[in-house]
Ligand binder design. Structure first.
Ligand SMILES: CSC[C@@H](O)[C@@H](O)C(=O)COP(=O)(O)O
Length: 380
């Protein structure tokens, strides 16, 4: 079966994906986003000139994924400030755009705090706007650095858990360059394994209903020349049963103080499968995703999305009709249960990998210690 898992060749194309950038044309500053709803069919950019446009881009998932939501939120505050809009109003609208990924409010909060501090000390809104922009740029850069460090820690952990030989990694949703200032979280670890020449297979869950796995992770894996295979979410069970999964790697939208992990819906069933089949279930996320204010999984607000995302096919490449803009795949009027995320309890998580290192076993104390270490590193 050797060639079934044959490794693809080197990266085929430049992998730098311009997911988000700040520009200052003569008409005023703008935030330019790669519209992720159009991938993989088209690489189209969205230009946001104000916070309401960015809020809409966040709600529609044109910009998405926990770390990138934080970065976008910070730039959104900077945009409102630079264009002379009400910063407080913009900040509240941005942080309320989606509830689950804590990074969004962290990013908004950092830029808003920088703005307020500068305004209080100088009284000059232009200086304050520059401070907000600097905070956004710093967060952007820090996220890229965190990404590289998570990849290194994740690689080391995999080497420890799966000594010798190639690896078959299953991932869910999208956690690569499209969600990050760098190469991502869980995907960045898989990419590091690939670069070591040891990735036997990246199993990519399609991730119903919005297909972030099929549309985005497969797109990124293809760009990097990784050996990947797409599967429907409900095929994962038979893959585990066949013994074809060595590790599960996923990202996170919020990690509660007790280590409960909110991530894209479908993550929890993978954790249950992984435990049953004795496969490591590894969460990779920056420290900004750990939320000490949320005590446990039950306290995490899970975003509920419109039912038409389930009852209609809304892939960008299909011609559109119907109430949600897609082709109905269920009888008209069918109700749908459509939580965007689910919560995996800490006892099912083998390890949480952050830029500060890995926590395993996952306990409240170990996570608190990690957050303290990270705060210390930032202040020293
Ligand atoms: C580092 S990515 C972690 C998560 O943000 C990712 O897995 C995810 O669930 C994204 O959900 P999305 O609804 O596409 O924003």
């Amino acid at each position: 079966m050797a060639d079934q898992y044959a490794q693809s060749s080197e990266d085929k194309r430049p992998t730098e994906i311009p997911v988000l950038r700040w520009e200052e044309p003569p008409e005023g500053p703008v935030l330019v986003l790669l519209d992720q709803t159009r991938l993989p069919g088209e690489e189209v950019e969205l230009v946001c000139t104000d916070a309401p446009a960015l809020v809409e881009a966040i709600r529609s998932l044109a910009v998405r994924g926990a770390p990138l939501l934080g970065i976008a939120g910070a730039y959104g505050v900077a945009l409102a400030a630079a264009r002379g809009f009400d910063v407080e109003e913009a900040a509240r609208a941005l942080e309320g755009a989606r509830p689950t990924a804590v990074n969004l409010s962290v990013g908004v909060g950092r830029a808003e705090a920088a703005y307020r501090t500068a305004l209080a000390s100088t009284g000059d809104p232009t200086v304050a706007a520059t401070a907000a922009l600097t905070a956004a740029r710093t967060l952007h850069r820090e996220d890229a650095e965190a990404s590289a460090r998570m990849a290194a820690h994740g690689l080391a952990l995999l080497d420890e858990l799966l000594p010798g030989g190639g690896q078959r990694i299953l991932t869910h949703c999208n956690s690569g360059s499209l969600v990050s200032g760098g190469e991502g979280t869980a995907f960045a670890v898989a990419l590091a394994v690939h670069r070591e020449g040891r990735l036997r297979r990246l199993w990519v869950d399609e991730t119903r209903p919005l297909l972030q796995g099929a549309r985005l992770t497969a797109y990124e894996a293809a760009r990097h020349g990784m050996a990947y295979t797409l599967l429907t979410d409900n095929a994962a069970g038979s893959l585990f049963a066949a013994g074809d999964v060595d590790a599960v790697l996923i990202g996170a939208d919020r990690i509660a103080a007790d280590g409960s992990v909110a991530n894209k819906v479908g993550s929890y069933p993978l954790a249950v499968l992984a435990r049953y089949h004795h496969v490591p279930f590894i969460v990779v996320a920056p420290v900004t995703t750990v939320d000490p204010q949320t005590p446990d999984g039950a306290s995490i607000e899970v975003e509920q999305r419109p039912g038409y995302e389930v009852t209609e096919v809304t892939a960008p490449q299909v011609s559109v009709t119907g109430a949600g803009g897609g082709i109905p795949v269920a009888p008209l009027g069918t109700q749908a249960y459509n939580p965007a995320f689910d919560v995996t309890p800490p006892e099912l998580v083998t390890a949480i990998v952050t830029e500060e290192g890995a926590v395993s076993p996952v306990t409240t104390e170990a996570l608190a210690e990690l957050c303290a270490r990270s705060r210390q590193a930032t202040t020293s």
